[in-house]
Structure formats: structure tokens, C-alpha cells
Write a protein that binds this ligand. Structure first.
Ligand code: NAP
Length: 263
């Protein structure tokens, strides 16, 4: 359990996939929720479902985190919550393709959503958490953070930022009662790879390499309890990262990734 279920949780990218799975898990623990994303109907459906099933308060907060003005609205919301106990910076997307072929504004939007929004929301949440002596922040990264793979340049770089940032934050927060984590999932069944640019990626990659969003979230929350800052869910993903860190193996993993990333 993330602390006692007295405080609220704010989750970005809660309308589907890993974010929705976090919302279910935290509602089951008794946390009130603020669900942030752009798709109103999905957020509203999830909020209704969680309120009914777990008797928590679930608010829908529409925001496009690629727009700095919307990020500012979420910062303000964090200030108003008063007892924010959990912040999950999860919103994210992929931009399949070689760096030079991707429209520059898509890469800029990715940096804005993955990095700038995360940094600003952490900064907004931390003073209150530190003052209360409790709180948890999970920044959803990726195993791509460990490898700058082709057709994934900006994505990998933004996720590497989240890993280094979260590790440094945790070092600064030592003794404060506030915890930080970079969650680094591998391939996970969500809407992430539904973007047409990924083509048949979902069926081309063997099923045994994929995880369920619920399992990713369960491992993340368990790792938070153990104080693990970099959480790589799933034994196979930990093996992949270990291979990337070993020079000869890294060459093979990169070659395989380049073969799979044919979008
Ligand atoms: N699935 C994987 O294989 C995988 C692997 C490693 C890491 N991850 C990471 O996991 C996180 C969640 O992705 P997912 O796999 O759960 O994919 P998903 O099902 O596509 O969910 C992505 C979420 O991010 C939100 N989002 C995207 N752009 C946004 C924006 N501009 N403003 C606000 N919200 C935005 C989406 O909501 P709206 O469209 O409603 O705004 C959605 O709720 C991402 O950070 C991703 O990089 C995923």
C-alpha cells in the first residue's frame, strides 16, 4: 500500500493503459483520484467505475500536457488538492520513425509531455509532500531509457532523463518521508502501439515479451514499498536491461531492437 489511503493521487495519462491500471490499483487502496488526460469520455467512464466499485472520489481533469498553459492548470490543481499523497507522471506516447523523418513539432511535444510536464508537476507536488513528511512520485519511464535505439531517438532520450532525474530526486529526498521512482516497463499491452506508424508491431513481437498493464503497476507499487528507485517490472525485462549493460550483449540487443523497430 502507498502510505495509508488518506491522501489523494493524481495520475496523468489515466484514460488508458498503464495510467488506468494505476488508477484502479490506487482506488482499490482507498485513494481519492484526480484523473488527467485529454479524452473526456474515457476518463469519465473510468471515474464512474472506480467511484462505484471502490467508493472513492474520482475527478476528471482534462489537460493536454503538450500545452504549457494546461500544465500550469494541473500545477494549480495540485496546489489546491491539499493532501496529495501520490503523483504518477505517466502520460506519454511514441513517435515511430527516424529522427530526421519525424516532424520537429512531434519531438518537441514529446519532450514537453515526458520531460517538462513531469518536472513541473514534481516541483508543484513536492513542497506539500515534504511539509507533510509523506508522499510518492512515480515517473513512468521505459527500458528504452537504457538504450538509444534507432527510430526511437527522442523517446529513449526523454526516458533516460526521467531515470536520472528520479534517481537524483530520491537522493535529495532522503529522510523526508517522500519517495521517487522511475518505472521502466518493457513491452506492455496498452494503446501505445495502436498508432498507425507502428504497423503490425503488436503482432510481430512474440507474445512472451509483453506484460499486462496491471502486472506492471503491481510491481511498481511493490518496488515503491521496498524503496527501489529504478523499477524494471518483469524478469524478462530485467534480463534485457542486464544484456544492454553488458557490451557484447548490448550489440545483439540493439541489432534485434533495430530489426523489430521497422516502423
Ligand atoms: N506500452 C508500452 O509498451 C510501454 C513501454 C514502456 C513505457 N511505456 C510508457 O507508459 C506510459 C503510458 O503509456 P501506455 O503504454 O499506457 O499507453 P497508452 O494506453 O497509449 O496511454 C497513454 C496515456 O497518455 C495520455 N497522453 C498522451 N499524450 C498526452 C497529452 N498530450 N496530454 C495528456 N495526456 C496524454 C493518453 O491520454 P489521452 O490520449 O486521453 O490524452 C493516455 O492516457 C507512457 O509514458 C509510455 O511511454 C509504455
Amino acid at each position: 500500500m502507498v502510505g495509508s489511503p488518506t491522501g489523494a493521487a493524481l495520475i496523468t495519462g489515466a484514460s488508458s493503459g498503464i495510467g488506468a491500471a494505476f488508477a484502479r490499483a490506487l482506488a482499490a487502496q482507498g485513494h481519492d483520484l484526480v484523473l488527467v488526460a485529454r479524452r473526456r469520455e474515457l476518463l469519465k467512464g473510468l471515474a464512474d467505475e472506480l467511484q462505484q466499485e471502490f467508493h472513492v472520489n474520482a475527478q476528471v481533469f482534462l489537460a493536454d500536457l503538450s500545452d504549457p498553459a494546461d500544465v500550469e492548470r494541473v500545477e494549480k490543481k495540485i496546489g489546491e488538492i491539499g493532501d496529495l499523497e501520490v503523483l504518477i507522471n505517466n502520460a506519454g506516447f511514441g513517435v515511430p520513425g527516424k529522427f530526421v523523418d519525424v516532424p520537429p513539432e512531434r519531438n518537441a511535444a514529446m519532450i514537453q509531455v515526458h520531460v517538462l510536464a513531469t518536472v513541473r508537476l514534481c516541483r508543484a507536488a513536492l513542497p506539500g509532500m515534504i511539509a507533510r513528511g509523506r508522499g510518492s512520485i512515480i515517473n513512468v519511464s521505459s527500458i528504452a531509457a537504457f538504450m538509444g535505439s534507432v527510430r526511437n531517438a527522442t523517446y529513449s532520450a526523454t526516458k533516460a532523463y526521467l531515470n536520472v532525474f528520479s534517481q537524483a530526486l530520491q537522493d535529495e529526498l532522503k529522510g523526508s518521508g517522500v519517495r521517487a521512482q522511475a518505472l521502466c516497463p518493457g513491452l506492455t499491452h496498452t494503446e501505445f502501439h495502436d498508432h498507425p506508424g507502428y504497423g503490425d508491431y503488436k503482432t510481430r513481437i512474440p507474445e512472451f515479451l509483453w506484460m499486462k498493464a496491471e502486472d506492471v503497476v503491481a510491481e511498481s507499487l511493490a518496488a515503491l514499498e521496498r524503496g527501489r528507485v529504478i523499477c524494471i517490472p518483469g524478469f524478462k525485462n530485467r534480463l534485457i536491461v542486464a544484456a544492454i549493460r553488458n557490451r557484447p550483449c548490448a550489440f545483439v540487443v540493439k541489432a534485434l531492437a533495430a530489426r523489430f523497430n521497422r516502423f
